[in-house]
Structure formats: structure tokens, C-alpha cells
Unconditional design. Structure first.
Length: 271
DNA sequence: AATCGTTCCTGATAGC
DNA sequence: TGCTATCAGGAACGAT
């Protein structure tokens, strides 16, 4: 499941390859992946334009076109972009293909079709991006910010980390890993966290996410980079997916719990 | 305002 | 063997 490090890795892979390339053709093979536009509008808005910028905001990918249009993609669970220097036959789960004038081709694929592509006209505010919290690797994310955001809220710290309007980019894998790293129980209500806890939380978030970006993300099942390569951070996972196995820190058993319909992995002794 | 539950979707796996 | 049931989860949306 692509979270910040996975999306960042895909964006970094695509950026040098497609920036300033001119789009010759766009084909939507599965109209359901388009969020706020129809096939004919989508295809004609892209043709003849070049890609000015490839960016990431939280778990969203942003393609800025030279006509000012912006193509926003959220990969959700199994979505991905794959770059080819020559045209390829679309696979079973390829929903959009984008051809460039130099013969290269971009495939958007998603076997579960949770991911969405949305197209925004120039100068329009993109609400979904506006309401995101700060980037955890950026300057606006601090212990004080997180403490202020928590206030007297009663949700668990795991739920807080997953709230994209509080912090943008953390998903289920890294939430568990971050909490293990700073030895905070995922069940702690945020109004019970101490100032020192917020400090450790922020430090661990930066540390884990930076390391995962360096590793090109975590390939737990489906995720691949834009070149089709696996990430490397699955080798570094301390708790996620390790229920019943030995905690690397204390030797006790790692546990699995469910919070908000999602699995949480943690060590009850260390956290 | 904050929180909770439901929906979308399909491949892998378990159980009979 | 072949079938059905269950599970994985991010964000949008509706309900409380």
C-alpha cells in the first residue's frame, strides 16, 4: 500500500523521465478510475500538453501540465504508475495509458481499482489537497504542532497518525513502525500524551520515513517503483506483519490488534 | 465538532 | 476439485 515513502519513490522515478515531455495521446481504458471528469474531457485536456512538474503532497501525486491543468492521483491500495521507454501492450489492470512524443509511455495500473485520477482546471483550489496537514518531513511538523492538534481529543495516537488532516502521508504500515520506534502504545489517547511523547513521536516519524524513502519504500505485497522494482524497507520492518513473532527489542511476542477496522502491530512490553 | 460505520474492489487464502 | 466466505485498507461520505 503506497504511503509517503512509496509515493515519493514513484514520483522521484518519474520526474526525470517525464518532465517537459509532450503528451501525444491519452487513453482511458477504465472510466471508473476518473474522479471528477469524463473520458473525452480527460483525454483531450492532456493531448498536446507537456508535463511541467511531478510532485507529491501527502499520499497524492500531482502532475502539473503546461496549460495549468493539474492531474491528481491517489494510488490507494494497489494503484501504480509504470514508466516504459517504448510502448507496451496494456496489462489486465492497466486503466490509463499516456503516450509521449518521444515514444515513451506511462501506464496507470490498479488491480483493485481503489485509486483515482482527478483533473483540475488552472487556478482552482484543490480542496482535497488544501485540507491536508503538514508534511511530516517538512518544517511545519513539530512536537508543539502535534500537541496543539491533539488538544483534548480522545482518539488513540494510532488514529491520530493516520489522520491526513493532521499529518499528510502516514498510512497503516508506518504508523505501527513509528509507534514502535518511539515506544508509545498505539492505544494511548492523545490527550494523555506528555510533551516528551510528542517530541519522540515527531523524531521517530522523521527517522522512519526518511529511512523508508532511502530504501525506495516497503514492498509488502504489490508495491513497485515506477521501474517495476521492489522497495527495500520490508527488510527493516520491526512490527508490521510480525504478529506472534519475536520482538527485536525485548524478545517478547509481537501482537496484532484492530483499531478503526485496521490492523495494528505492536509490542505490549516495549510500548 | 468529533467520532464512527459503510462503501468501493479483487487476489489470496482458508474451510468445507 | 470446486465452491463460498473472509480478509486486506485510504479516503469520502453519511450518520450519530
Amino acid at each position: 500500500m503506497p504511503e509517503l515513502p512509496e509515493v515519493e519513490s514513484i514520483v522521484r522515478g518519474l520526474r526525470p523521465r517525464i518532465t517537459d515531455k509532450v503528451i501525444e495521446k491519452a487513453d482511458v481504458l477504465e472510466p471508473r478510475v476518473l474522479q471528477n471528469t469524463i473520458v473525452s474531457e480527460f483525454e483531450s485536456a492532456l493531448v498536446g500538453q507537456s508535463v511541467s512538474k511531478v510532485k507529491r503532497r501527502g499520499k497524492f501525486m500531482v502532475f502539473v501540465l503546461n496549460n495549468g491543468f493539474r492531474l491528481i492521483t491517489h494510488l490507494r491500495m494497489t494503484g501504480n504508475y509504470r514508466y516504459f521507454s517504448y510502448k507496451q501492450i496494456p496489462g489486465k489492470h492497466t486503466h490509463v495509458t499516456i503516450d509521449f512524443e518521444d515514444g515513451a509511455q506511462l501506464h496507470y495500473k490498479d488491480q483493485r481499482r481503489f485509486g483515482r485520477l482527478a483533473l483540475y482546471k488552472p487556478d482552482i483550489k484543490i480542496e482535497t489537497l488544501e485540507k491536508l496537514g503538514p508534511e511530516p518531513l517538512g518544517p511545519d511538523f513539530s512536537p508543539r504542532y502535534l500537541q496543539n492538534k491533539s488538544g483534548q481529543r480522545k482518539i488513540s495516537v494510532k488514529q491520530l497518525l493516520l489522520d491526513q488532516s493532521v499529518i499528510a502521508g502516514i498510512g497503516n504500515i508506518y504508523a505501527s513502525e513509528i509507534l514502535f520506534d518511539c515506544a508509545v502504545s498505539p492505544f494511548t489517547p492523545v490527550n494523555q500524551l506528555k510533551t516528551a511523547d510528542f517530541k519522540r513521536l515527531v523524531e521517530s516519524a522523521r527517522k522512519i520515513l526518511n529511512k523508508a524513502v532511502k530504501c525506495l519504500g516497503t514492498t509488502f505485497s504489490d508495491y513497485r517503483t515506477s521501474d517495476g522494482e521492489k522497495g527495500g524497507f520490508q527488510e527493516c520492518l520491526q512490527v508490521y506483519g510480525r504478529a506472534g513473532r519475536t520482538c527485536f527489542r525485548c524478545g517478547g511476542p509481537v501482537k496484532r490488534a484492530v483499531q478503526g477496522q485496521r490492523a495494528t502491530f505492536y509490542c505490549p512490553r516495549c510500548q
